[in-house]
Design a protein around this ligand. Structure first.
Ligand code: WTA
Length: 650
């Protein structure tokens, strides 16, 4: 246990008010695990409006790996996010505030307006033949049309698959190829740091290869000319104009277990996996987390800075806060543009109450904009959240002092695409928490830390973070499953969900997350699979083999370090390294910038042909000692070559 955790535990047990807060949490938590079905039934009843109540709260368990929530229940998620607030008299309340990259570009949609626009686009989709269960891929920047398109899909029961618009050609192709989307929604361009960057042209190649896509609807964001394929491509504003504004779109009643959306995320294979989330379980769970962690009310202006192309944006820019009837703020641009005070200008301008961001953004703001926050009135803020990667003490302290003026607690939340919503957060006396040391499982979440052999760790001992009981926000399936869920999440320990993260737990059930245990790297809070980058590199004509690891980076958290062997007769020139770096950036997207690539004559492989990645991780991080057991290495002499190459390239 680190010192901070010790300090927290002492503080928690010494103050009477923290005692009562802790015992209240413990009581709710213990009850939730003693009778999970009663607990989740109460949550679903209180937080969600159902068209038909469920027959059974939970069917199945982790041992059979067939889990379904609220079966028999029927609901529509868009009507939970829109119509029900209108019924409560909130029609004029702001649902969505959009701040464009230009300061004077602002749009506000009331709940009524958001419903109207959602119905219009839902009708456009229906006119294109989209029905319940069809898939719609959405590749849009942070503009209101993105939220409207998602809610429109939810309204008619179509499954949306949002793709982060920072991905380009190959990464985009991997994310639309196998999901059978019929409609693709994109924008002509994207505003980034004062420049207008083409967006649709990234999709033209992948779209031509993707036979299932019949229509591509394009939002006009600039005056730039782009090519449109007659018969397939059309403009959003023309489609909406044809629709008029009057036609209400009846929400389609969905089974609780029907799919609400699909989101591709990185795992340990070259292909990103399409994680599916259900309507009833997912909505119940995100609303439970909004209530438990954020304590939302209708007066909140909630700003989650994550791009909606990632799960954080799905759950905490769209479905959670809109389901809870709060106001969401969406910002189109970059944190440092035009000046590094941009975030604080936005907080003051709109009176943001909840700021939910990532350590990567905090690092950038600290680095480039120290002292700037003090020029703004940030007194509207009541909550400072963090997500995506461990927040280190420097970042935590800066966020706490500079932004929270040492009054607002910093809430570090841990979760994953697969979990649907926040799983661990400092729920008890967060004001006593320090960086990374005081996360507790939310009520209903049976978290534990296991050793590799499946024994529960003793307090302070590191191991794998696992979840022992099903929860409603858990992924419903993985696209084209074929046993993938079983293999990916349940093969480490029978009947237990393996998160792939390492953690320590104190005697007080306080968790500290220490990082990923698999081949996933997190760059600026964005999850990328090393295998996906490797498959891009090996597709280059000069590369024979590639192995990618993540190394620490002071700004991005982690960055890409690749070891490559080149093909026969290919010269190992510095020019080729530059070309490969450029190629990775172009084919994956701007998040894959600043990678380092090193030539090697051979990769370190075990006798069974597996690449020994832990060795590569150490060498990439300039740690040339303590390689551990290397007896299975087929040719130990490669180590010298790797180290010398690393020293030369440093
Ligand atoms: C990491 C993002 C430490 C973790 C919501 C997890 C974190 C992966 C934290 C999921 C945190 C997320 N502290 N690590 N507070 N939050 N992670 O699917 O490794 O994009 O498994 O979901 O991010 O990334 P994903």
């Amino acid at each position: 246990m680190n010192n901070l955790m010790k300090k927290k535990n002492n503080q928690e047990s010494s103050s009477p008010s923290s005692d009562s807060c802790l015992s209240k949490y413990k009581k709710v938590y213990d009850l939730s695990l003693e009778n999970p079905e009663a607990f989740w039934a109460e949550r679903a009843e209180t937080l969600v409006s159902w068209a038909r109540k469920w027959d059974e709260v939970l069917q199945g368990d982790f041992n059979r790996r067939e889990v379904s929530w609220f079966s028999g229940g029927r609901l529509n998620v868009s009507s939970n996010c829109l119509d029900r607030h209108l019924e409560k008299g909130c029609r004029n309340q702001a649902a969505l505030i959009w701040q464009g990259e230009n300061d004077d570009e602002v749009k506000v949609y009331t709940y009524q307006m958001l419903l109207t626009e959602t119905c219009r686009f839902a009708n456009v989709l229906k006119d294109k033949g989209i029905k319940k269960g069809d898939c719609v891929s959405i590749y849009l920047p942070m503009i209101p049309e993105l939220v409207i398109a998602m809610l429109a899909c939810a309204r008619i029961g179509a499954v949306h698959s949002v793709i982060f618009c920072g991905f380009s050609s190959t990464a985009l192709k991997n994310r639309i190829k196998d999901c059978g989307s019929k409609v693709f929604v994109t924008a002509d361009t994207v505003a980034r740091g004062g420049r207008i960057i083409p967006l649709k042209p990234n999709a033209d190649g992948p779209l031509d290869e993707c036979q299932s896509i019949r229509n591509c609807i394009v939002v006009r964001r600039s005056e730039k000319e782009i090519s449109m394929v007659p018969g397939r491509d059309s403009w959003w504003h023309e489609e909406m104009a044809r629709e008029g504004i009057g036609r209400y779109c009846e929400p389609v009643e969905m089974d609780a277990g029907d799919t609400l959306f699909m989101l591709y995320t990185s795992g340990s294979t070259g292909k990103p996996k399409g994680v599916l989330h259900s309507c009833g379980g997912y909505l119940t769970y995100v609303l439970h987390t909004c209530r438990t962690v954020f304590h939302f009310s209708e007066n909140d202006i909630h700003w989650c800075t994550a791009d909606i192309g990632w799960i954080t944006g799905h759950s905490y820019s769209v479905y959670g806060p809109l389901g809870a009837g709060a106001t969401i703020l969406i910002y189109e641009g970059l944190p440092l543009y035009p000046e590094p005070d941009r975030y604080w200008r936005i907080v003051e301008k709109f009176g943001v109450t909840v700021l939910y961001t990532a350590p990567a953004a905090i690092r950038a703001l600290m680095h480039f904009g120290a002292g700037l926050a003090g020029r703004y009135d940030l007194s509207s803020l009541r909550f400072l959240g963090s997500v995506g990667e461990p927040i280190n003490p420097g970042e935590w302290n800066w966020y706490f002092k500079e932004i929270g003026h040492s009054k607002l607690p910093v809430i570090d939340t841990w979760w994953q695409t697969e979990t649907g919503g926040i799983m661990l957060a400092p729920l008890v006396h967060p004001e006593l928490c320090g960086p990374g040391g005081c996360s507790r499982p939310l009520p209903g979440i049976d978290a534990a830390v296991f050793t590799e052999s499946g024994r529960e760790t003793v307090p302070g001992e590191s191991g794998r973070l696992v979840i022992r009981k099903p929860w409603p926000g858990m992924l419903k399936a993985v696209l084209g499953d074929g046993g993938r869920v079983q293999k990916m999440y349940f093969s480490s320990y029978p009947g237990v969900y393996d998160t792939g993260d390492s953690a320590r737990r104190s005697g007080e059930n306080v968790f500290q997350i220490t990082g990923r245990l698999d081949d996933v790297i997190i760059i600026s809070g964005h999850r990328l699979g090393t295998a996906e980058i490797e498959s891009v590199l090996t597709a280059h004509r000069s590369v024979a083999e590639a192995a990618v690891v993540g190394i620490a980076d002071s700004l991005k958290g982690q960055k890409i370090y690749a070891f490559v062997t080149v093909g026969k007769n290919v010269e190992q020139t510095p020019g080729l390294l530059g070309e490969l770096r450029q190629y990775v950036q172009e084919t994956i997207g701007p998040i894959a910038t600043h990678s380092t690539i090193q030539y090697v004559s051979a990769l370190p492989k075990t006798r069974s042909g597996k690449i020994m990645r832990r060795l590569l991780r150490k060498i990439a991080s300039n740690d040339f000692h303590h390689f551990g057991d290397i007896s299975t290495l087929a040719d130990p002499s490669v180590i010298t070559d790797l180290i010398e190459g690393k020293k030369r390239s440093s």
